[in-house]
Design a protein around this ligand. Structure first.
Ligand SMILES: C[S@@+](CC[C@H](N)C(=O)[O-])C[C@H]1O[C@@H](n2cnc3c(N)ncnc32)[C@H](O)[C@@H]1O
Length: 216
């Protein structure tokens, strides 16, 4: 793998992987439970922090798995992803919706002006990134957002689900676990954004959390 590359960047750039993503990941009993937990956590956070209507960048949007939650808040969604194949699957589901559009983009260097979107959501990306790329991606996410960001991070924490996954489930892409303190320190160094909250997804999935950031 070339330097700075990581598996999740190329893994999903495949028609076969993209077409099987929803079914393969979220159709088993534990996949459905994970999807429900992630959707409910996003719904709760969106109710609290996306109070006014506005524009939102969901990156990476993948197959548009979390669009129903965002559409129910009346938001205008731009789905961004590096994989044209994942976007194609999302487009089949949401292409006709006038509140949804898509852009093939690299989160490491977003092709948008500063403060383009009111809000930003990101699920299941940060945990796949090497530390330097993760910082670059976070900078880009903050740069293009005007108000609130809801970002899914995976923190070092021995939760029941983490143990279950490590023993019984094949991880497609390696997951890097961060310490909440490391992230808080990274945010503290910035003058343009504040850490509002870190919300664990559930009692059994305590390593996965939503990090809420507010642009100053
Ligand atoms: C595990 S999927 C998550 C998709 C969606 N957020 C979800 O939760 O279902 C990871 C996604 O990250 C995308 N991805 C990886 N690196 C990226 C990058 N640098 N810029 C944009 N998307 C990227 C992949 O193409 C893939 O769609």
């Amino acid at each position: 793998m070339e330097q700075g590359a990581y598996k999740a960047k190329s893994h999903y750039q495949s028609a076969e992987i993209a077409s099987e993503y929803d079914d393969e990941r979220f159709n088993s009993w534990h996949g459905r439970a994970a999807h429900r937990t992630e959707s409910e956590a996003l719904e709760t956070a969106a109710k609290l922090y996306f109070r006014e209507p506005g524009t939102l960048l969901d990156i990476p949007c993948g197959t548009g798995r979390l669009f129903p939650v965002l559409l129910s808040r009346g938001l205008k969604i731009t789905g961004g992803d590096i994989s044209a194949q994942m976007i194609e699957v999302a487009q089949k589901k949401y292409g006709a919706n006038q509140h949804v559009n898509f852009r093939q983009v690299n989160a490491e260097k977003l092709d948008f002006e500063d403060n383009t979107f009111d809000y930003l959501t990101s699920y299941r990306l940060m945990c796949h990134l090497p530390p330097e790329i993760e910082k670059r991606v976070l900078n880009e996410m903050i740069r293009v957002t005007k108000k609130i960001l809801i970002i899914n991070y995976h923190f070092a924490c021995l939760s029941p689900l983490y143990l279950f996954n490590s023993i019984f489930r094949k991880q497609f892409c390696p997951v890097r676990l961060l310490k909440p303190k490391e992230l808080a320190e990274q945010i503290k160094l910035r003058s343009d954004v504040e850490l509002v909250a870190i919300k664990k997804l559930s009692w059994y999935e305590r390593s996965s959390a939503l990090v809420i950031l507010r642009k100053k």
